[in-house]
Design a protein around this ligand. Structure first.
Ligand code: ADP
Length: 379
C-alpha cells in the first residue's frame, strides 16, 4: 500500500500541503504542473512539467502511476476517464469532476436530489439574459455565474441594477436568485471507497464589517445545534448521492430566516479547511491520503478552537515577495504560519495562511485581527 505510486494534478499550495502531510510516511508522490517554481515542486518525489488541462500530458503522467488525485478540479477529465478504464485508481472519480466542473450540472444535481439551493435559470449567452430583463421576466438583483472556469470569486457577478449590466458574462452561465445571507459556512465530508463517511467541524466565515471581504474563518462555528445538524446532514447526503470517494468541501449560506442553502462544492482540499492542520486530530490533507491508500478514515475531532487568515498579496505590490511582521507572529504562542513558497506576489494572490489556536475562541479571533494588521506581503 505504502509502495504505491501516487500522482497529484496541480502543484499549488493545496498539493504542497498534501505533500507536507505525506512526509512522515515517505510516500512516492509525483506532481504535474506548468512551472518549476510552483509551491509543490521542491518537496515532491517527482515534478513533471506539463499542463493538467491537456489530454496527452495527463495520459502520460497517469500512465506511470497507481493512484491519481487532484488539487484543482479544472483538469482534463477525458484523460482521467481513459486512465480509470485502464484500471488506475482515481479519486475523486472523473464522473464526480464532470458534475462539479460545470456549475450548471452542479445546480441540476442539487435540484434532482432535493438539495436546497438558490433558485436558478440557465443561459447560453448574454443576449438571452438581456432579452429576459427587457421583457420583464428577470428582475434585479440577481447573481450571474460562469458555468465553467470561474474561481475565487472571478466568474461571479452580483447584478443589482441596470448600472451593473456590464458585469454580465457573455458565455454559458447560470443566474441565481440573490440570497439574503446571514452567514457563510463550509462543511467537509470525507468518504471512502466502501462508502464510510465522516464530517469535519463546521467552519464559519467572519466578514469585515465594511469592506465586503472575508476577514477570517473560525471553528467551532456560532451556529445553533439545529442548524449545524441540518448542514452536516445535507453534506453527508450530497457526498452519498455523488458517490464521491475522497474529500468534498461544501460551501453553504444561512439566510436571514435561518434556512440552510447550498452554494457550491469542491471535491478536494479546500482553503476553508486549513484550520484542520493544527485544529483537528486528522487534517484534510492526511484524510485524503488515507482514502487514497485505502486506510480507515482518521478522527476529525476539533482539538482546540481555531481561526485561520489568508495571507494575501497586498494591494499595490507586484514582484518578488517580501514578508513583514513574520517574526513577531512566530514568537506568539498558538500562531502557526504557512508560507506557500511563491516567489512572486500580486494583489490578492494567496501567498500563505496563518492558523491561530487557543482554548478561548474569542482570544484567537482578537489575535487574528491583530496579526492581519502586522503581517503584510509586499514586493
Ligand atoms: P467562487 O466559486 O468564485 O468562490 P461563489 O459561488 O462561492 O464563487 O461566490 C462567491 C461569493 O459570492 C459567495 O461567497 C457569496 O458571498 C456571493 N454569492 C454567491 N452566490 C450568491 C447568491 N446566490 N446570493 C447571494 N450571494 C451570493
Amino acid at each position: 500500500m505504502i509502495g504505491k505510486k501516487i500522482g497529484i494534478l496541480g502543484g499549488g499550495q493545496l498539493g504542497r500541503m498534501m505533500l507536507e502531510a505525506s512526509m512522515p510516511l515517505n510516500l512516492d508522490i509525483s506532481v504535474l504542473d506548468a512551472a518549476y517554481d510552483y509551491p509543490s515542486a521542491p518537496i515532491c518525489s517527482k515534478f513533471i512539467l506539463g499542463d493538467f488541462t491537456n489530454y496527452e500530458d495527463v495520459i502520460k503522467f497517469g500512465s506511470e502511476l497507481d493512484v491519481i488525485s487532484i488539487e484543482i478540479e479544472s483538469v482534463n477529465v477525458e484523460a482521467l476517464e481513459v486512465l480509470e478504464a485502464k484500471g488506475k485508481t482515481i479519486y475523486p472519480q472523473p464522473s464526480v469532476l464532470k458534475i462539479i466542473n460545470d456549475k450548471g450540472l452542479q445546480k441540476q444535481f442539487y435540484l434532482d436530489n432535493n438539495i436546497p439551493t438558490a433558485p436558478v435559470r440557465f443561459y447560453n449567452d448574454k443576449s438571452e439574459i438581456l432579452s429576459e430583463i427587457e421583457n420583464g421576466t428577470l428582475n434585479y438583483p440577481f447573481v450571474n455565474k460562469l458555468r465553467k472556469g470561474g474561481y475565487d470569486g472571478r466568474g461571479v457577478s452580483i447584478v443589482k441594477s441596470k448600472d451593473d449590466l456590464n458585469l454580465l458574462f457573455n458565455a454559458p452561465t447560470i443566474i441565481e436568485e440573490r440570497i439574503k445571507i446571514d452567514k457563510e459556512i463550509a462543511v467537509m465530508v470525507a468518504r471512502t471507497r466502501e462508502g464510510k463517511m465522516v464530517t469535519y467541524p463546521i467552519v464559519e466565515m467572519e466578514f469585515h464589517p465594511t469592506a465586503n471581504l472575508v476577514e477570517f474563518l473560525f471553528a467551532p462555528s456560532d451556529l445553533s445545534k439545529q442548524i449545524e445538524n441540518q448542514a452536516t446532514a445535507l453534506a453527508l447526503k450530497i457526498a452519498e448521492k455523488l458517490d464521491i470517494v475522497g474529500i468534498l468541501a461544501i460551501e453553504m449560506f444561512i439566510d436571514i430566516s435561518g434556512n440552510v442553502i447550498v452554494n457550491e462544492m469542491a471535491p478536494r482540499a479546500h482553503n476553508s479547511m486549513h484550520f484542520t492542520i493544527e485544529g483537528c486530530r486528522t487534517s484534510q490533507f492526511m484524510q485524503l491520503l488515507r482514502i487514497l491508500l485505502g486506510l480507515e478514515l482518521g478522527n476529525t475531532k476539533l482539538l482546540q478552537p481555531s481561526v485561520m487568515i489568508n495571507l494575501l498579496g497586498e494591494e499595490g505590490y507586484s514582484g518578488l515577495a517580501k514578508y513583514e511582521g513574520i517574526q513577531s507572529a512566530l514568537e506568539t504562542d498558538g500562531v502557526h504560519i504557512h508560507l506557500y513558497g511563491k516567489p512572486i506576489t500580486k494583489p490578492k494572490r494567496k501567498m500563505g495562511h496563518i492558523t491561530i489556536v487557543n482554548q478561548d475562541l474569542e482570544k484567537a479571533k482578537d489575535m487574528a485581527k491583530e496579526l492581519k494588521e502586522i503581517i503584510k506581503v509586499k514586493a
